[in-house]
Design a protein around this ligand. Structure first.
Ligand code: ATP
Ligand code: ATP
Ligand code: MG
Ligand code: MG
Lengths: 253, 253
């Protein structure tokens, strides 16, 4: 049975998509079968793996609306072992459309159950909000991976997200747990990065991953080639950090 | 009468809050009366100016719900001439609560009309989504300032935002126009930044601001002191970029 992990943080630009794509690629490279689900209307995980969000059909939108089966939406990526359930422009309207649907928070969970036996890991890339798309992801997940950018403004939201996860566990999904906090865009030239890491270590010592992702321009270049960092520049510091994260996750599991 | 500008982009972490705070500070320093409205449940503009989102009351949430007048929610900041209508944790629930309210997109516009004669500029910091909070901001605004991070993934969303602005102009607010695209976090050591600037110049030559905000750690340190960059480090490159943006805006107006 697959382990389903949501990659979530309502703070924007903290490295959710970058983590979902690259962790997915290294888990696949280690021989696991991985499905990446793009639950963000921006569809950055979809385009970051080389697909055009305006052309994919069906997408996760049709699956959530009950108009297509998840198996019909799944695409094979260039990285063997890493499949993608793509996002599309239609997903932008899903939040409002789902408000009045029955069991609106459960739609992704039910869809994932139909294909869970084919995968070892399912990673869900979430949008930067705590609306119905993120709630669907948290309800479907066994655990949450929370990227935390090494910046002051990113610190503020971690507490809010931890309490949201607790709310979801109490009301919608009793098995949900926090798998770990991943420090991202660590810049060793500034004091700020280390201050933020120290602050997170103080508040959540049990939850922080050992792997820390450094700021690395190679990570931000890779999606423009439709590739993960593993296929773009495996020798880079960013690639090594995501490889070490995949190893850490596999060891924990 | 105040000019109302929404600072919006559904892509996360592109510099919306940093732009709203610092552009606001420099407009105030030039003698204009400025109101900053924090429409993001993360309340980064509120904490970035030194306030605690858990303690402010009433906040913009009570104003949108019709439980308080906007004038009652306005706070004076340390920067003379810059006032703040703060966000609070309650705002996180507003998107779902507003779906069933009458004239749900117009609530901010109506609130701003009650105080518009006291200000020269009203800047609205938006969350990283195109939900009801951003729609309220676009419906209330005369124009939209779109921060665009000098990164590949940030390029993808600009087209989608431009078409959303056109939809809002056609259906909710006929005066809405794009004031400009502000390139942010420009890193002169990488080719990627220049490639992104060139791409935006090619697609939207009329819309791009001359001022470009460089990546500068001083900008990301300032909010941890509850200060704008003008009050934290006015000699920094980031400060000079926001001063030049304020001058550009004043000249255009
Ligand atoms: N470690 C890193 N070093 C340098 N750049 C990075 C790193 N991680 C991510 N980036 C870049 O920073 C930007 C933000 O990252 P990303 O889009 O993955 O964040 P996100 O949390 O998914 O954003 P959103 O909230 O919009 O979904 C992207 O342009 C990405 O390429
Ligand atoms: N020019 C810059 N140079 C360096 N850091 C910056 C710059 N502009 C913003 N930052 C930092 O980058 C992070 C993202 O910026 P900011 O929070 O303003 O973006 P945002 O678009 O408001 O994010 P969100 O989508 O979460 O609302 C913050 O930690 C901020 O301090
Ligand atoms: Mg993302
Ligand atoms: Mg912000």
């Amino acid at each position: 049975m697959a382990r389903t992990y949501a990659v979530a943080n309502q703070k924007g630009g903290v490295g959710k998509t970058t983590t979902a794509i690259n962790l997915g690629a290294y888990l696949a490279a280690s021989g696991r079968k991985v499905l990446l689900v793009d639950m963000d209307p921006q569809a950055n995980a979809t385009s970051g793996l080389g697909f055009d969000k305006a052309e994919v059909s069906p997408s996760i939108y049709e699956v959530l609306m009950g108009q297509a089966k998840l198996a019909e939406a799944i695409l094979l990526t260039n990285r063997v072992g890493l499949d993608l359930a793509p996002s599309s422009i239609g997903l932008a309207g899903a939040e409002v459309e789902m408000v009045s649907l029955m069991a609106r928070e459960q739609r992704l969970r039910r869809a994932l159950q139909t294909i869970a036996n084919r995968y070892d890991y399912i990673l869900v890339d979430c949008p930067p909000s705590l609306g119905l798309l993120t709630l669907n992801s948290l309800t479907a997940a066994d655990g949450v991976i929370i990227p935390v950018q090494c910046e002051y403004l990113a610190l503020e939201g971690v507490g809010q997200l931890v309490s949201t996860v607790n709310l979801v566990r109490d009301n919608l999904n009793s098995r949900l747990r926090i798998v770990g906090l991943l420090m991202t865009m660590y810049d060793s030239r500034t004091n700020l990065s280390q201050q933020v890491v120290d602050e997170v270590c103080n508040h959540f010592p049990q939850l922080i991953f050992r792997s820390i992702v450094p700021r690395s321009v190679r990570l931000s270049e890779a999606p423009s080639y439709g590739k993960s960092i593993l296929d773009y520049d495996p020798a880079s510091k960013g690639a090594q950090a995501y490889k070490s994260l995949a190893d850490e996750l596999i060891t924990r599991d």
